[in-house]
Write a protein that binds this ligand. Structure first.
Ligand code: NAD
Length: 497
């Protein structure tokens, strides 16, 4: 008889210690390529969440807030080196957990090192300002200070990258964190604790409480947090905002999108079609910035539809750990069901299915949760297919006539995360970029990011920014100090100006 092999079981990571869940509650995490459970994750309850917050607060007050900017920066540079050195290993773990191709996940790990270095450079340059007032005998300065303890709640599609953007900014600004990763992909966030230790961060700066939405809800409604930074769906975002508002805890929301990627008739079609592909089939379409609505001007409409339809079936699906694979699995079973539900409803809505539309099986795909790269043409913008975030490899192509039409269709969405413009007309670039109501606009490129660039959305895509200087300021506040050095007695009953 075959002996069952115990899966590696992860505990909670609190105060630099691995803490088993008190109620022994654990759940399996699955490899979406094999559909086998490959690790066990702890389900934290509200008391364990509260313990993590207390630990983070204690560390902030006793240790972390007394570190100089240079000390924080030195630790962060060391961490960046460790992340670089472990990028392949982190990538493999993440790919095993969420099925994204290894070239993406290891690339994201290296990019995380870049983000850490970007913010490390800020840590010893948080100068604040001296403010000259209307009186010569008063000295006033506004210091930039960390908020304290931040709750981070992340999604499953890019756990390391999502964590990294938030964490690097928090550390540079001088905060401690409690992280709640997605129940579908928690392993890399937990493993990150080991890198923090190796880099020499004080225990308790970085804490991880794992679990499903109940753990997230416990964190969102907990007292003792100075801010919550959330990445995930608009639905969960609403619940988190509502829970946090009871304690007046401010929140940053990085939510979903239904981004318009607009190709004008004068565009370089090779580049534009490549950009359309990058927009929807990279990361199996499981990216908040997916260019899931492709708007194409009529004169080139048929050609673009034909080009994309011919190329999509040639995308190399396969083992996401194979460096040659171009599109990996969908990350988990509920997401696969959700995407197939949208595809089936699109078929009924009357959009023209050009390619795909089914699960991909056979050959090297084994038991993997694969979906064929799917393209619908002749989509109307009022269809569910064009209005709801599918978060999968499903492209909706919408024809348009004029620039005004493109802007109107592009903005006719409850989301406002990103948009793309493909044209060689420089005046049009400025007009359309100005008119599109999205937090990010790409021109003749798509799905390109930089540590220096403020990232985030408007409307139901959320509020607040990550990366760039803006990303760090989200986790700081000012403390104003006014020093009166006049000898004069002032009227106590009148406001002093
Ligand atoms: P999700 O909202 O289901 O879950 C995200 C996180 O929130 C998970 O950790 C989950 O456990 C937790 N959660 C869920 N319900 C909760 C509740 N009621 N209270 C507290 N916590 C709760 O999202 P997902 O399916 O993991 O991720 C996909 C979504 O994330 C998509 O909408 C995508 O666009 C979005 N996303 C946005 C960005 C961005 O930067 N804007 C980046 C990546 C993903």
């Amino acid at each position: 008889m075959q002996q069952a092999v115990a899966l590696p079981a992860y505990d909670l990571y609190i105060g630099g210690r691995w803490v088993p869940p008190r109620n022994k509650d654990r759940f399996p995490t699955y490899n979406p390529f094999t559909q086998q459970a490959w690790a066990e994750i702890a389900q934290a309850d509200a008391d364990e969440v509260a313990m993590a917050i207390r630990t983070a607060r204690d560390t902030f007050e006793r240790v972390w807030k007394h570190k100089t900017g240079l000390e924080r920066a030195t630790l962060m540079f060391k961490l960046a080196d460790l992340v670089d050195a472990s990028a392949e290993r982190i990538g493999k773990l993440e790919t095993t957990d969420n099925g994204k191709v290894i070239r993406e996940t290891s690339g994201q790990a290296r990019y995380l090192a870049r983000v850490l270095r970007f913010y490390a450079g800020y840590a010893d340059k948080l100068w604040g300002k001296v403010i000259p007032l209307d009186r010569a005998d008063v000295f006033d300065y506004a210091a930039m200070v960390p908020l304290g303890v931040i709750g981070l709640i992340t999604a499953w599609n890019s756990p390391m990258s999502l964590l990294g953007n938030k964490l690097a900014a928090c550390l540079a600004a001088g905060n401690c964190v409690v992280v709640k990763p997605s129940e579908h992909a928690s392993v890399t966030t937990l493993e990150f604790g080991k890198l923090m230790e190796q880099a020499g961060f004080p225990a308790g700066v970085f804490n991880v409480v794992t679990g499903d939405a109940r753990t997230g809800a416990a964190l969102a409604s907990a007292t003792g947090l100075d801010k919550i930074s959330f990445t995930g769906s608009a639905g969960a975002g609403r619940a988190i905002s509502a829970a946090a508002s009871k304690n007046l805890t401010p929140v940053i929301m990085e939510l979903g999108g239904k981004s318009p990627n607009i190709i004008f008739a004068d565009a370089n079609l090779d580049k534009a079609c490549n950009g359309a592909f990058a927009g929807i089939f990279a990361a199996t379409g499981q990216t908040c910035i997916a260019g899931s609505r492709l708007l194409v001007q009529r004169p080139i409409y048929n050609e673009v539809v034909t080009r994309l339809t011919m190329r999509a079936p040639k995308i190399r699906l396969g083992n996401p750990l194979d460096p040659n694979t171009e599109m990996g699995t969908v990350a988990n079973q509920p997401q696969l069901d959700r995407i197939m539900g949208y595809i089936n409803s699109a078929k009924k809505e009357g959009a023209r299915l050009m390619t795909g539309g089914e699960r991909a099986t056979g050959g090297d795909l084994g038991n993997g949760l694969f979906i064929q790269p799917t393209i619908f043409a002749d989509v109307r913008n009022d269809m569910k297919l064009a209005q709801e975030e599918i978060f999968g490899p499903v492209l909706a192509i919408i024809p348009f006539d004029t620039e005004e039409d493109a802007i109107a269709i592009g903005n006719d969405s409850r989301f406002g995360l990103a948009s793309g413009i493909w044209t060689q007309d420089v005046n049009r670039v400025h007009r359309v970029a100005k008119a599109l109501h999205t937090g990010l606009v790409w021109v003749n490129t798509y799905r390109a990011v930089g540590a220096q660039i403020p990232f985030g959305g408007v409307k139901e895509s959320g509020h607040g920014r990550e990366r760039g200087q803006e990303g760090m300021l989200e986790f700081m506040t000012t403390k104003n100090v006014m020093i009166n050095f006049s000898e004069e007695d002032r009227d106590p009953f009148a406001i002093q100006t």
